[in-house]
Design a protein around this ligand. Structure first.
Ligand SMILES: C[S@@+](CC[C@H](N)C(=O)[O-])C[C@H]1O[C@@H](n2cnc3c(N)ncnc32)[C@H](O)[C@@H]1O
Length: 241
């Protein structure tokens, strides 16, 4: 069922427990790895640590988004020379998967999150031996603040965002950041997890300002049944001209 059909997606609150992402089971900091169901030749490594926030663990939306991007761009030159940015990257799962599996020749890949996550992003970039790859740039981009000049100085071609809609007071901040970043040729891959009816307010609001198209190819993912149970949706956003 399409989210915009407001069928299942509007059928009631999934999580009645307030604004925050559901508490994860108590997790000690540890290293893990994934090859995204064999889409990478060698796994990427992730240090997971929830001490600084919910971005410190792998979320299914990040997994789903990364697998979609790898299927689309692996063994292509589609990301070459592009300015790419991940919003709310957490531990960097999607960006690290893309850096490991896609050709980023001549590209810039900005991996962004709020201050609390920056140290973990550096840890995970180094864990994968990517710290000397000049196209990979960890940048502080708090949605409450203007987009930093190093990012804003030229248009961004591709944006990744996974599971960034979960805290209602941040919805207008995320919306403003997206609007500021989306220019004529920007494509946003936006993986949305619907937890509560309020999350739809973000979608309804942003849909008035950008074109949004649901990506149905995610149904080809071998784990799609699980992602559907998690209320995950993938959208492509582009500028309304
Ligand atoms: C549920 S996590 C998802 C992390 C990652 N995208 C993934 O899918 O695994 C939400 C992310 O949004 C980030 N975030 C929340 N508010 C933010 C803000 N004001 N500015 C930048 N990032 C923010 C959090 O720090 C966190 O990393």
């Amino acid at each position: 069922m399409s989210l915009f059909g407001l069928g299942d997606a509007d059928g009631g609150d999934v999580d009645p427990f307030g604004d925050l992402v559901e508490p994860a089971p108590i997790m000690k900091p540890h290293d893990t790895q994934t090859d995204f169901d064999g889409l990478l030749d060698a796994p990427i490594k992730l240090h997971e640590d929830l001490a600084k926030g919910c971005g410190g663990q792998i979320w299914p939306a990040g997994e789903l988004l990364t697998k979609y991007i790898l299927r689309k761009y692996k063994n292509t030159d589609g990301l070459q020379g592009k300015r790419i940015l991940e919003l709310g990257a957490g531990g960097g799962l999607t960006s690290l998967g893309v850096a490991a599996g896609c050709d980023l020749k001549g590209s810039e890949l900005f991996i962004t999150d709020m201050e609390a996550m920056i140290e973990l992003l550096h840890i995970n970039v180094a864990l994968n031996g990517l710290q000397d790859r000049s196209e990979i740039k960890i940048e502080l981009l708090d949605w409450a603040d203007p987009v930093p000049e190093v990012i804003a100085q030229k248009p961004i071609d591709i944006i990744f965002a996974a599971d960034c809609v979960y805290y209602e007071p941040a919805f207008p901040l995320l919306e403003k950041t997206l609007i500021d970043l989306v220019s004529e040729n920007t494509v946003v891959y936006f993986c949305f997890k619907r937890r509560r009816r309020a999350d739809l307010n973000f979608i309804k609001s942003i849909k008035k300002r950008v074109n949004m198209q649901e990506v149905t190819e995610i149904k080809d993912d071998p784990n799609y049944a699980q992602y559907a149970r998690e209320n995950l949706f993938l959208y492509i956003m582009t500028k309304k001209i």
